[in-house]
Design a protein around this ligand. Structure first.
Ligand code: TRP
Length: 331
């Protein structure tokens, strides 16, 4: 039997190139070897997004983005968390095995408390119970599907460790391996994708290159990449230029060598380098963008894909709940 890879995708709205190389591509790579179960974490989204229109469109945009990037819903079980009531049943069951102290130690919660303390506010100001208990919901997402590995960024490792702890507490109580304890598959080797200003590309830095922007906007965004004031004729160092680092993600080896040569020779201005970058990004993203636009033009069809995924997922989920309820004496 193949091992199970599972990950949750936050509905953040417009995906960018950092998501594409940092999360989407590695997860789709893993899906070749593993039984993959990937879902849109829409109830996680509710913790932070209270505007219904925004949340609703974000869910669709993110789902369409993964499909357009090559997720095959025939081979990957692709669904919305909100379609699986067993997730919430398992969350309640896991709550009984999760100490409050464990939640107190969660980085996201601790950061919120620290920020409040620094401002002199009540320590728990702005912290809702959804945010506080987030690691339990996430543990349920994972454990429900007997997940072996969970591809995530470094910031999520603590959550996976908590899922392990919680599964182990349950197993210790019943004296058998009732629930599978997951492992994090951390994406360390993935290149950091630089943003327009040279810092890591991130929505919170407002320095992103969107994945599905129309060609014209894509070009405009690339032209906004920050450069130094070196003159056209000066030789330039490719490895300290975010234009070149981005170029490497999209260009062949020959193309990379050729552009590096032009950097070092001098005589090429930043504008020209940006044009080269635009050319290779647009070459890769044009078919993806077309696919995305086609999916977004038929939301009912997209929803049907997610519903079919949910049906498959619920079969697996029901078995886990049944096993746990029986062990717990609630059968
Ligand atoms: N917390 C994850 C994030 O912020 C999203 C997520 C929710 C998740 N449930 C999950 C990731 C289960 C992996 C497994 O990106």
């Amino acid at each position: 039997m193949k091992k199970v890879s599972l990950t949750g995708i936050k509905p953040t709205g417009d995906l960018h190139i950092g998501n594409y190389f940092g999360a989407i591509k590695p997860a789709l790579e893993l899906a070749k070897e593993y039984d993959a179960r990937y879902f849109i974490a829409d109830y996680h989204g509710l913790n932070v997004m209270k505007n219904p229109v925004e949340l609703n469109t974000s869910i669709r945009k993110v789902a369409a983005g993964w499909l357009a990037s090559g997720l095959d819903p025939q081979s990957v079980i692709f669904y919305r968390q909100s379609s699986i009531p067993e997730v919430f049943e398992l969350t309640t069951m896991l709550m009984a095995f999760t100490s409050k102290g464990l939640m107190n130690r969660a980085h996201a919660y601790k950061a919120a408390v620290q920020e409040n303390n620094e401002k002199g506010d009540d320590p728990d100001a702005g912290v809702n119970m959804g945010l506080f208990t987030y690691p339990v919901l996430m543990a349920a997402d994972i454990i429900l599907f007997d997940s072996d590995v969970v591809p995530v960024g470094k910031d999520q490792v603590q959550h996976i460790e908590m899922a392990q702890d919680i599964a182990q507490s349950v197993n210790a109580n019943y004296g058998k391996e009732l629930l599978k304890a997951p492992q994090a598959a951390v994406r360390e080797t993935v290149a950091v994708v630089p943003g327009l200003d040279g810092r890591k590309m991130s929505k919170s830095y407002n320095n992103v290159i969107p994945l599905f922007a129309p060609e014209k906007d894509l070009r405009k965004t690339i032209m906004r990449i920050v450069t130094n004031s070196q003159a056209v004729e000066e030789p330039k160092d490719p490895d300290s230029s975010q234009i070149f680092l981005l170029y490497k993600l999209f260009a062949s080896h020959d193309e990379q060598a050729a552009l590096a040569g032009r950097y070092r020779a001098g005589g090429m201005g930043w504008g020209e380098a940006k044009e080269e970058l635009f050319r290779v990004i647009n070459r890769e993203l044009t078919p993806v963008r077309e696919q995305y636009d086609a999916i977004m033009a038929d939301i009912p069809a997209l929803d049907r894909i997610l519903e079919r995924g949910a049906e498959k997922a619920r079969h697996i989920a029901a078995a886990t709940i049944k096993r746990f309820r029986k062990a717990a004496g609630i059968d």
